[in-house]
Design a protein around this ligand. Structure first.
Ligand SMILES: C[S@@+](CC[C@H](N)C(=O)[O-])C[C@H]1O[C@@H](n2cnc3c(N)ncnc32)[C@H](O)[C@@H]1O
Length: 248
C-alpha cells in the first residue's frame, strides 16, 4: 500500500465537522510542507488523529481509555498510518509526564473539557505542551443548545434547571459535568495564557433537522452550517463551540 504522506488531504467532512476542519485546514496550510507534531488530548478512536496522520503529520493521542486507544490503533493500521500515530494511555491533566513539554505544534482537545474533573488543570497542561506559537483546537459542549433542545422536546423543567445551573448541567443523570458559553470557554483558555483567535459554532443547524432533511441535500446543508458557524447569534446557539487559540 502506498503510504506516501499527502499534504492535500480530504478528510470525510460533513456538516457536523465542517467548521472544525475549515479552521484546522487553514492552520495546516500555514505550515505547508512541514511535518507537524500534533497532540490529540482525549482523542478517542482517532476521528481527527487518523486524517491528520494521513495528511503527513505525526500524531500522539493521549486518552484515558484503553478501549478507545485499541480502536484508534486498528483505525490507524487500516488507514496505513501506524508509523505516524502514537497511542498513549494517560490523563489530560498530566501531559508533562507523557509528552515533551513545549513541543507540540498543534493540540486538539475535543469534547473533553465537559467530562474531566478539572478542566482548568487540563487546559494548563495543554498550554504547557504547546511550543510558543503553537495552536490549540478546543471543542466544548454548548450550554444554550442544551437548554433549547430540552425545551423544544417538552422537557421544560430540565431546560429551566440547566439554564439556572452555574455549570450548565441538567438535573438527574447528565452525561456531562458542565457546558460552556463562548465567554466561559474563552476565559478558561485565557487563564492558561492562551490567546483566543477564533470562535465558531459547530452543529448549529444539523442537530435541529430531521434525518431526512440532513440527507436530502448534504452539500447545501454543509455550506449553510459553515456560514452560520461564524455568525452570532447562530454561532452561540450551536451544540458545540469551537475555540482556536495560540500560545504567544
Ligand atoms: C466524548 S469523547 C471525545 C473523543 C474525541 N476527542 C472526539 O471528539 O471524537 C471523550 C474522550 O476523552 C477521554 N477522556 C476522558 N477523560 C479524560 C482524561 N482525564 N484524560 C484523557 N482523556 C480523557 C475519553 O476516554 C474519551 O475518549
Amino acid at each position: 500500500m502506498d503510504q506516501t504522506p499527502t499534504r492535500t488531504f480530504q478528510p470525510h467532512v460533513t456538516a457536523r465537522t465542517a467548521a472544525v476542519w475549515a479552521v484546522l485546514r487553514a492552520e495546516l496550510d500555514r505550515h505547508a510542507g512541514r511535518e507537524l507534531a500534533v497532540l490529540d488530548v482525549g482523542g478517542g478512536t482517532g476521528g481527527f488523529a487518523v486524517p491528520l496522520a494521513q495528511a503527513g503529520h505525526r500524531v500522539t493521542v493521549v486518552d484515558a481509555s484503553p478501549d478507545a486507544l485499541a480502536s484508534l490503533t486498528r483505525r490507524a493500521a487500516d488507514a496505513g498510518v501506524s508509523d505516524r500515530v502514537r497511542a498513549v494511555q494517560g490523563d489530560g491533566d498530566a501531559l508533562a509526564g507523557l509528552v515533551e513539554p513545549g513541543s507540540a505544534d498543534l493540540i486538539l482537545c475535543h469534547a473533553v473539557l465537559e467530562v474531566v474533573d478539572d478542566p482548568a488543570e487540563v487546559v494548563r497542561s495543554v498550554a504547557g505542551s504547546l511550543r510558543p506559537g503553537g495552536a490549540v483546537s478546543v471543542l466544548v459542549a454548548g450550554r444554550a443548545a442544551a437548554v433549547l433542545s430540552r425545551a423544544v422536546n417538552g422537557h421544560l423543567d430540565q431546560a429551566a434547571a440547566l439554564l439556572a445551573d452555574p455549570d450548565g448541567r441538567a438535573p438527574g443523570r447528565d452525561t456531562l459535568k458542565r457546558r460552556y458559553d463562548v465567554e466561559t470557554a474563552a476565559a478558561l483558555l485565557r487563564a492558561a495564557g492562551l490567546t483566543v483567535e477564533q470562535v465558531h459554532g459547530v452543529r448549529v443547524l444539523v442537530d435541529l433537522l430531521p434525518a431526512a432533511a440532513v440527507e436530502a441535500d448534504p452539500a447545501t446543508l454543509l455550506d449553510l452550517e459553515l456560514a452560520a458557524s461564524a455568525q452570532a447569534p447562530f454561532r452561540d446557539l450551536a451544540a458545540q463551540l469551537h475555540l482556536f487559540a495560540r500560545r504567544p
